[in-house]
Design a protein around this ligand. Structure first.
Ligand SMILES: [Zn+2]
Length: 421
């Protein structure tokens, strides 16, 4: 079959590029987001034409998810598959730095340029094109095939989580986000807010009474107290770097970044509140809950050593469902079982098409794949496009790579959905 697929994809590549051009034309930039209705309608329409039953719902206003399911001919006994891709794209920044149009596909020197080509409208176009060609070839799929076209990945507004919450599941899931066609698991990310809040508010002139013996006012600057929290986080980060590791990751990947600090109200006051926004990276065998617990426990001990903080305890707020609405996000980690039959099958399909063994390892980035893994669905990341292209000026994807990915995907879908559970 692989030769037939290869030939067909090569012959019809202009159609794939046309499809990609259609997707790129929708400016689904996030943030600001709330701009994906038309593109999702386009994708629903495409899937319905290919005999998928589609459902759509708003994850946020003007940002719907689309799930299309093509029922297999023997879905009870044969494996089902989710192919998941996000259709929101990264911010553009200064358009004048681009040498090609941002939302109009430009092809030159074997590359297709435009925002989202690599991350990840190229992969979504390839997925749609693969199911279209499989249909045209009348290839029977005995197991169910489910396409999840999700919103919100760029701003931590996991549309994928919304699919999971609605109960969409399968025997295996493929997140086709940029991985340079390597088969990846991933570490996780959680953001958190640590707040120090004084019970009282003092005018700047009161500072002298807070500092010296006999001053008699038991007060403190929340900003100054936050310095102890930051020092505590640095200690913990260093401790993690030497005590935790995971195969496939450089030592010290598990960082704690004090990313944003806010606090104080005015130069005429002693700062009564200070908030620190941190970004925490963790390893695939850890959960965001356990990592948050570790940080809280450590910082509460730091606070216990300070008489004022003992009476004004640290407040924590972890994660969130949106960087836009809540200033918080979670990307769960994804442990990967390289021995899982589907992973081995994907590696075989890759090798048949590419004549090179597939690399199976860990992503340097995070994707929505963690949500599917957390829901108990065996999942890997496998997609075209390079990580360094994602979010870049003059974003591009190698056209040859896009064709190669399409062929491998066709082969994998056909084989997996025709394998008995
Ligand atoms: Zn992406």
């Amino acid at each position: 079959m692989e030769n037939q697929f290869s030939k067909l994809v090569e012959e019809r590549q202009d159609e794939l590029l046309q499809l990609l051009a259609d997707l790129v034309r929708f400016p689904t930039v996030s943030p600001p987001a709330r701009n994906t209705v038309e593109l999702q309608q386009y994708i629903s329409g495409f899937l319905e034409k290919e005999k998928f039953e589609t459902t759509s719902w708003d994850v946020f206003p003007e940002d719907p998810n689309v799930v299309g399911i093509k029922k297999g001919t023997d879905g009870f006994r044969y494996n089902s598959l989710i192919i998941n891709g996000h259709i929101d794209i990264a911010e553009v920044g200064d358009e004048s730095e681009w040498t090609v149009p941002v939302f109009e596909l430009t092809t030159k020197d074997g590359f297709a340029y435009g925002r989202g080509t690599s991350d990840m409208k190229g992969a979504v176009a390839a997925t749609l094109f693969a199911v279209k060609l499989l249909n045209e070839l009348n290839i029977e799929l005995k197991g169910d095939l489910q396409i999840q076209s999700v919103i919100g990945e760029e701003a931590g507004e996991a549309g994928t989580l919304s699919c999971v919450e609605k109960g969409y599941s399968a025997d295996f899931a493929l997140v086709v986000d940029s991985s340079d066609r390597q088969i990846h698991g991933q570490g996780g990310v959680i953001t958190g807010w640590i707040t120090i809040k004084s019970k009282e508010v003092f005018h700047d002139a009161m500072r002298m009474n807070m500092l010296h013996a006999g001053g008699s006012v038991k007060g403190a600057s929340a900003i100054e107290k936050m310095m102890k929290v930051i020092a505590g986080l640095q200690d913990l980060e260093r401790h993690w770097a030497v005590t935790k590791q995971y195969p496939g990751f450089a030592p010290g990947t598990n960082t704690i970044n004090p990313a944003v600090i806010e606090g104080g109200r005015h130069a005429a006051f002693v700062a009564d509140e200070c908030r620190l926004w941190i970004t925490v990276h963790f390893y695939p065998h850890e959960t965001y809950q356990s990592v948050a617990d570790e940080i809280e426990e450590h910082l509460n001990r730091v606070a216990m050593a300070d008489p004022w903080l003992r009476e004004n305890p640290l407040q924590f707020r972890w994660g969130g469902k949106s960087m836009i609405e809540e200033r918080g996000e979670i990307f769960p980690a994804l442990e990967m079982n390289a021995d899982h039959f589907a992973v081995q099958l994907l590696a075989q399909c890759h090798e048949k098409i590419e004549d090179n063994p597939a690399f199976i390892g860990m992503s340097k980035s995070v994707t929505d794949a963690g949500w599917l893994g957390e829901a108990g669905i065996p999942t890997v990341i496998y997609g075209p496009g390079k990580l360094e292209e994602a979010h870049s000026v003059d974003e591009k994807i190698n056209i040859e790579e896009l064709l190669t990915f399409t062929k491998t995907l066709m082969l994998f879908v056909m084989n997996w959905c025709n394998t008995k559970k």
